[in-house]
Write a protein that binds this ligand. Structure first.
Ligand code: GLU
Length: 287
């Protein structure tokens, strides 16, 4: 955290399952980072993927975090209320000539990527790098069935010869990251900014909301480190500040596999039902 800045941290779960030990670690760490410096810890509900979100999981988030001893300002920001802000960000990128509609299905993309001339299959933050099938089609208005993608080569060109710089304070990637924009077409590719099913994306929502809430330190699992390049790029294109990032180690099960929401054995609710105390959870995650 930059010297002199009062930290604003956040925990931003999606209510698609019960919180597990990994979430407890993330939330407790973000809380500690804020409170140790008189800062603010925010909770944000990331529920853009409405069909996968359930009210009972949202309630369980509030219950589990309160039980752990965390407090946060209310009302809590819920991404399902924020569509206007996401649409405005998308429109801004479109007005800059940086987006295009894409009608490719997953199958189309797989087929294009398996064509012999495509060469080595590169993996970006969202999976295989999009082969660009719809990028150079004549401009057209998007249909309801289209996704909207970022033309990343054009975005990089627009930013000229600057680099993307961010500070990482987490244990795995500690230091200043200085990303050469010219590498983005190969390492990130034309990511989806608006999914056809939900009309927006995690990348747009998280970038717009971290800025709207004045978050100074983004604390989250190391699995999201690769996505940070996308977020810093979007911040630069949208004229938003870049926070400090802290990607923490993932909590793993006894076999070394990272915990998933379906691993109910590690759910906080299960530990609670079994009579554990908040201190037991802190001890389990080492905080
Ligand atoms: N909502 C995301 C999740 O539950 C976390 C996003 C973030 O911290 O940037 O995995």
């Amino acid at each position: 955290m930059a010297g002199g800045v009062i930290p604003v941290t956040r925990f931003a779960p999606s209510p698609t399952g019960l919180l597990h030990l990994g979430h407890a670690y993330s939330a407790l760490l973000a809380f500690k980072q804020a409170k140790s410096q008189n800062g603010t810890f925010l909770l944000r509900i990331e529920d853009i993927d409405q069909p996968r979100c359930k009210p009972e999981f949202e309630q369980a988030i509030y219950d589990d975090l309160a039980w752990l001893g965390l407090t946060w300002p209310t009302p809590v920001m819920r991404q399902s209320d924020r569509r206007t802000a996401y649409d405005a960000a998308l429109k801004r990128l479109t007005d800059m000539g940086l987006t295009y509609p894409c009608s490719c299905t997953r199958g189309d993309i797989r087929a294009a990527l398996s064509a012999p001339q495509e060469g080595a299959r590169m993996i970006g933050p969202d999976g295989p790098i999009y082969p660009g099938t719809c990028r150079d089609l004549p401009p057209r208005a998007p249909k309801d069935t289209d996704a909207i993608r970022l033309n990343i080569a054009r975005a990089a060109e627009r930013l000229g010869d600057q680099n993307l710089i961010f500070t990482e304070t987490g244990p795995i990637h500690t230091g200043t990251h200085d990303i050469d924009l010219s590498t983005l077409p190969d390492t990130v590719g034309d990511i989806v900014l608006a999914r056809r099913d939900i009309g927006t994306s995690y990348h747009i929502a998280v970038t717009v909301d971290d800025a709207a809430q004045g978050v100074t330190t983004v604390t989250r699992g190391a699995d999201l480190f690769a996505a940070t390049t996308v977020h810093v790029l979007l911040q630069r294109l949208l004229g938003l500040p870049t926070p400090t990032y802290h990607h923490h180690d993932l909590i793993r099960d006894d076999a070394g596999k990272r915990l998933a929401k379906r691993d109910d054995a590690r759910a906080i609710a299960k530990y609670r039902a079994d009579g554990a105390a908040p201190a037991d959870i802190r001890a389990l995650v080492g905080l």
